[in-house]
Design a protein around this ligand. Sequence first.
Ligand code: NAD
Ligand code: UFG
Length: 348
Amino acid sequence: MAKTILVTGGAGYIGSHTVLQLLLGGFKTVVVDNLDNSSEVAVDRVRELAREFGKNLSFHKVDLRDKPALDKLFSSITFDAVIHFAGLKAVGESVQKPLLYYNNNLIGTITLLEVMAAHGCKKLVFSSSATVYGWPKVVPCTEDFPLVAANPYGRTKLFIEEIARDIYRSDSDWKIILLRYFNPVGAHPSGHIGEDPRGIPNNLMPFVQQVAVGRRQALTVFGTDYNTKDGTGVRDYIHVVDLADGHIAALHKLDEDKIGCEVYNLGTGKGTSVLEMVAAFESASGKKIPLVTSGRRPGDAEVVYASTEKAERELNWKAQYSIDDMCRDQWNWASKNPFGYDTSDSTT
Ligand code: NAD
Ligand code: UFG
């Protein structure tokens, strides 16, 4: 019988791509999202892309901190597992508004875990981040590196990881997989779903995309004096569809007997500089991206990329898409949807 998966934050960037892969993989999928940083149009488009599997998707506009609403949902549907994406993710905003981040990310997660426990649903996949590696002294980052948090956002990821480990220690019925994402970019190859950040993008590729469609004048390159091949920061960019497939692999892993609370990196194992990403995007789009150079962004690491061995070995998952594929699909999405899912923020 088809398994039923609850996806929190399923209207968001990574969530929407994962929901599509779940539906195509034959899972019944229930999305809860408060639409704080997303649009219900993304859910509608996922339903269309999934064609005959679209009937297996339902959406509930619910804030995770609304315990009675969550409890009602768990009373009416038996979930086999939960994939938990919902959270706020802007690093700079988290420094300005730490209580907002602690309230939303921690209370949202604790409420979810309480309701799951009360209903006997003890299988969880959680969106952690490479941010927990801080400024790694060596690369590639392996899962056993010491963990640090550089800002309130990162601290919410670290705290939730620790909460997950404590829950498992207290009750070995839990099966929990913590996925540490590196830098998700790109969009579904159809160009119908993609990343649609509210306001000024914090991350490199959404900014580049908005320059390409004429919404911003130039990309500011944060730091040209790093000890890297061209002086700009190096990251491990991963196609969002590869990342989505990593969640399906994690769900299959949860079916094994002895899981406990495990952590896996989801990256490609390859480092790419800011200037290399810009060049790849220019050639995919045929658009020139004007650059302005500035000093380093406070808190930024120099070089971060993943060791992918553990995920390859234990999840039987490996990223397939190249940097050129990521840029091609990002441009396909951007050129078809220059203002994202709607035009209401076309002045931002
Ligand atoms: P996103 O903002 O597009 O998606 C998050 C979704 O959660 C949004 O749709 C938002 O409306 C929803 N949400 C937030 N708080 C909620 C709440 N209290 N109740 C219900 N819904 C709520 O972000 P994304 O890029 O898809 O990221 C998904 C997850 O992956 C996040 O937890 C993020 O921290 C993590 N992550 C993202 C990246 C990245 O670079 N995109 C990297 C590492 C980890
Ligand atoms: N960069 C620019 N200009 C910009 C934006 C970014 O030059 O306008 C540079 C950064 O300095 C960095 C690289 O592009 O060298 C990537 O920056 P992003 O902001 O896209 O990504 P980060 O690796 O800095 O951080 C992101 C998320 C974190 C998360 C981390 C790993 O913001 O929350 O990926 O998942 F932890």
